[in-house]
Design a protein around this ligand. Structure first.
Ligand code: URA
Length: 185
């Protein structure tokens, strides 16, 4: 089966979980499904739920800026979230929710078959790398996911950068490090 068919099939199985998130829209993905870069965020916010696209609100604007800082456009990467429905009151997804969605996320990654993962924030780092200590310990580092046999790079979440503007410069440096390896291969 082709990628698009597999993605449609995956979308349908995630939609079956919608009853756990009443009144919420499925926010599946955006971008180029043939990209070698797959970006994984946390969960949709209000704007993402409304437009049914990941990272299109305030955090999305920051992500777009980080991408253009390394001369990448979001149409050239593939973007999704760990959790595909907006948690109530913009709370962080619970561990149970992360585990529940992880099987879909792994399938999603397998279908896209990227070369590199860019993990945006602690929920993505937890889901992919099982990292639950402070993000400062692993941000800006390449870490191999043994489960996926895939190199993953973690950055601070844009929503965190909105609160901690001092970390923007750090994250820009991280993006340059990310770019160095990605452009080599
Ligand atoms: N934050 C995320 O992690 N994902 C989105 O899609 C929007 C905000």
């Amino acid at each position: 089966m082709g990628k698009l068919k597999d993605l449609e099939k995956l979308k349908k199985s995630i939609l079956k979980a919608k009853n756990k998130f009443p009144g919420k829209n499925l926010v599946f993905a955006d971008g180029n499904c043939n990209s070698k870069i797959m970006i994984i965020g946390e969960a949709p916010g209000r704007t993402e739920d409304k437009l049914q696209l990941p990272f299109v609100g305030r955090a999305g604007k920051i992500l777009n800026e980080l991408l253009s800082y390394i001369k990448l456009d979001r149409s050239k990467v593939y973007i999704t979230n760990v959790v595909n429905f907006r948690p109530d009151e913009n709370r962080k997804p619970t561990e149970n929710e992360i585990y529940f969605f992880k099987k879909f996320l792994i399938k999603h990654i397998q279908i896209i078959n990227p070369k590199f993962l860019l993990l945006v924030g602690s929920t993505a780092a937890f889901a992919i790398l099982n990292h639950s200590a402070p993000l400062a310990d692993i941000r800006g580092k390449w870490i191999k996911s043994k489960e996926l046999n895939l190199d993953a790079f973690t950055i601070y979440h844009p929503a965190y950068l909105l609160r901690q503007s001092a970390q923007v410069a750090v994250t820009k440096k991280d993006m340059l490090k990310f770019k160095t390896k990605v452009t080599k291969s």
